[in-house]
Design a protein around this ligand. Structure first.
Ligand code: NAP
Length: 300
């Protein structure tokens, strides 16, 4: 079966594509960076994920039975906004319909809402609506923070702990999150590819932590336990801006922090991810946070 995966040379899409290639499926990669080194040595043909050319997108999707969509925009930057991401998702969904794709497996976020004041969570709800109204059968998977080798958030917390003598917590760090391993998400996406019925479910890890616990866990695992200093969220954001400036990245946005502090990265559903963050950190203690992972370098 031909299966199109957006971002198969990027992060979660790569794990999903790897699993589908492991089943000898004909995987095609739709990438915003088609020149990026191919992680699959030619086993997944790569095409441009070019939203300005919807007929071309439909041509690239021809023959695909399933589209696995990981496309997102993390935060607004120049013209690349959440509103644009919704528009682009519409273009992609229309192209899939034109190409007679039968099913879409769409990666979203926990707790999306049309009523949210946060553009990311509202945009994700709008994207879900586009998928639901597409007429294709669908599976919508709603993960929380992903962890894995190419991860950004957990990795950069580790990087900060390695570099600095103290760690500034936004607020008291009591807000909660349930990180999920990227390959656990890939397993769920893989399973969803072969179903027919419409599905919407959360994809969260086996443990829920406070943010403070996550930082402590990372510090212990890498041997860099630091005093965790509660800071007013605005001050923490200023520090993140300052440090982001030093590494030429955006470390954390006000909207991301608001979503995190509002416990939007948790779920009321039973966990579907199996990998324990503590075990994964123990296995990867030498590499996690050894290098800074830059969102801007990756996507801009
Ligand atoms: N990462 C997390 O911690 C996390 C947490 C919760 C939910 N999610 C959701 O999981 C899905 C996949 O996340 P991921 O981290 O695995 O994504 P990713 O691999 O970094 O990117 C997925 C796709 O989106 C494209 N993309 C990302 N940022 C872009 C930008 N600023 N402008 C244009 N295209 C952009 C990528 O383009 P290229 O092909 O050029 O790489 C790729 O095709 C998303 O829907 C996200 O909302 C992620």
């Amino acid at each position: 079966m031909r299966i199109a995966v957006t971002g198969a040379s990027s992060y979660s899409g790569k794990y999903i594509a790897r699993r589908l290639l492991g089943r000898s499926e004909d995987v095609i990669n739709l990438s915003g960076h088609p020149q990026r080194p191919d992680p699959f040595q030619g086993r997944a043909r790569t095409f441009a994920l070019d939203f300005s050319h919807s007929a071309g997108l439909a041509r690239n999707l021809a023959g695909a039975e399933v589209l696995v969509n990981t496309y997102w925009v993390r935060f607004d930057r120049s013209g690349n906004t959440q509103a644009k991401a919704v528009k682009n998702t519409g273009v992609l969904v229309d192209a899939a319909k034109k190409a007679l794709v039968k099913r879409i497996v769409h990666i979203s976020i926990t707790n999306p809402s049309m009523e949210s004041q946060l553009p990311y969570f509202r945009g994700k709800a709008e994207n879900e609506r586009l998928v639901v109204e597409s007429g294709m059968s669908y599976a919508i998977l709603r993960p929380t923070v992903l962890f894995g080798r190419e991860d950004i958030l957990i990795n950069n917390i580790a990087w900060l702990l390695r570099k600095l003598p103290i760690f500034g917590l936004p607020g008291d760090g009591s807000y909660r999150l349930s990180p999920v391993h990227v390959d656990d998400l890939a397993v769920l996406a893989e399973q969803a590819v072969y179903r027919d019925e419409n599905q919407v479910f959360d994809a969260v890890g086996p443990q829920e932590f406070t943010f403070r616990e996550v930082v402590s866990l990372i510090g212990r695992a890498i041997g860099c336990e630091r005093p965790l200093i509660p800071l007013p969220p605005r001050l923490a954001l200023r520090m993140a801006d300052f440090l982001g400036g030093l590494v030429g990245d955006v470390m954390l946005t006000a909207d991301e922090l608001e979503g995190l502090m509002a416990n939007l990265l948790t779920s009321r559903e039973p966990p579907r991810g199996r990998t324990s963050l503590a075990d994964w950190l123990a296995e990867n203690r030498r590499t996690v946070g050894a290098q800074y992972a830059s969102e801007l370098a990756r996507h801009y």
